[in-house]
Design a protein around this ligand. Structure first.
Ligand code: CO8
Length: 373
């Protein structure tokens, strides 16, 4: 058995930023136009008027201040309200592979490695731009990597589940060096015409290099253990599957073809699930909460993270103990906890212990216990 380690991390951040002010202005223009167009039905009581969105609500309810997106022109056009991404030819790299290449190259440079030294690529994300060929295999080819590659989807927990899969393969020796890459184009499956969720998501790509600890070229994080769990719930759901066209209304612009959630239920049900999961993982590893130097949590909601941090540590964590990046990135699904890890881990001293934890649709929860080496 070999000890797996995280030896490099990379984040590709799209250049375009949508502030809450821009988002709310676009949504409110859409709502006003919608209400004007449907004034007669609304007056007759056969249609509900659209309520306006508010910057104050968004910050107070979630802590999100802005998000990065792959295209803001469509997102901010009240007649469009979704990103406009050109159709690429089959001979060009796909958009997810392009984002992935950027993040992977940063992670490989940090690890002191070349693409050709990688023998496993897992593209772990909450949506893939096509079912086949796997996006991971395209990334493998662009990197010049060897071995095998496959796509994984466990929604917000895709990256941590991907880390567990890669770490286990490194432990047993079936692969020597892996990349877990998470290109998340959440803007493409967010319903921007729904004020309950239009503020939640952003786009990004993260990548991690995992290899045997003995192969590490420099400072790294040894993976002490991983733990993944799932519990079925319909409270976060998307029905845009491949059978869509077989349904009688298959081409309709149905609301459930985009991201749907019962946010308040998710909030209430996921918090105890995650707190218990982390507590058991730490206890099984004989790690006391006081021994934890850092918690890199899933980035969906600041209040959720505050609650989990307090529950795990038994006190209010300092901001550097439980860093949040969601104010800048919003929820980036599986990439959120990895952005926090990539951007806020360099300062940790040898021997420091930290925990990456993601949670979300499924429900799913994944935790990775790491030690600075
Ligand atoms: N502006 C003004 N008012 C608003 C707005 C708005 N934009 N939105 C809602 N309101 C109103 C509501 O209508 C409601 O009004 P009323 O009381 O009159 O009914 C009131 O504000 C309160 O609304 P909520 O109860 O919805 O507000 P909450 O305090 O619950 O906050 C949150 C909403 C922020 C969504 C919160 O519930 C939350 O964060 N929940 C947890 C969500 C979560 O963690 N989900 C995980 C999803 S991510 C995931 O699993 C990945 C899925 C795959 C990726 C998909 C990518 C697209």
């Amino acid at each position: 058995m070999h000890a797996p380690a995280i030896t490099g991390s990379g984040v590709f951040t799209p250049q375009e930023v949508v502030t809450n002010a821009e988002l709310v202005a676009a949504y409110n223009a859409y709502a006003d136009r919608y209400n004007a167009r449907h004034a007669a039905e609304i007056a007759a009581g056969t249609l509900m008027a659209k309520q306006r969105s508010s910057e104050k609500f968004i910050v107070d309810a979630s802590g999100i201040e802005q998000r990065h997106v792959m295209d803001k022109t469509g997102v901010l056009n009240p007649e469009v309200l979704h990103p406009l991404l050109r159709q690429r030819s089959d001979d060009e790299p796909g958009i997810m592979a392009e984002m992935a290449l950027d993040a992977c190259n940063t992670a490989l440079a940090q690890a002191g490695r070349e693409g050709a030294e990688v023998d496993l690529v897992i593209c772990a994300a909450s949506n893939h731009e096509r079912p086949y060929p796997a996006v991971a295999i395209e990334i493998q080819a662009l990197l010049g990597a060897r071995g095998l590659a496959f796509d994984m989807n466990v929604a917000c927990s895709s990256a941590t589940f991907g880390i567990q899969a890669a770490a286990d393969m490194i432990r047993t020796g079936s692969v020597r060096r892996a990349i877990v890459v998470s290109p998340e184009i959440c803007s493409g499956h967010l319903e921007w015409r729904d004020r309950d969720c239009h503020f939640i998501f952003g786009d990004v790509c993260t990548a991690l290099v995992l290899e045997r600890a003995e192969d590490a070229q420099g400072r790294h994080f040894r993976i002490r253990s991983t733990r993944c769990a799932t519990h079925f719930s319909n409270n976060i759901r998307n029905n845009n599957g491949f059978l869509r066209h077989t349904r009688p209304d298959g081409l309709a612009d149905r609301r459930d073809m985009q991201f749907m959630q019962e946010g308040r239920k998710v909030f209430k049900e996921v918090l105890p699930l995650v707190s218990r999961h982390i507590a058991r993982h730490l206890a099984d590893e004989d790690v006391a909460p006081a021994d934890l130097s850092r918690l890199w949590l899933h980035q969906a909601n600041k209040h959720m993270n505050d609650f989990i941090g307090k529950k795990v540590l038994g006190r209010t964590p300092a901001s550097d103990e439980q860093p949040n990046i969601l104010q800048n990135y919003a929820n980036t699904s599986s990439a959120g906890s990895i952005i926090a890890f990539a951007q806020q881990s360099e300062d940790l001293e040898k021997g420091a212990i930290g925990l990456i934890c993601s949670f979300g649709a499924g429900y799913s929860v994944g935790s990775v216990l790491v030690e600075r080496a």
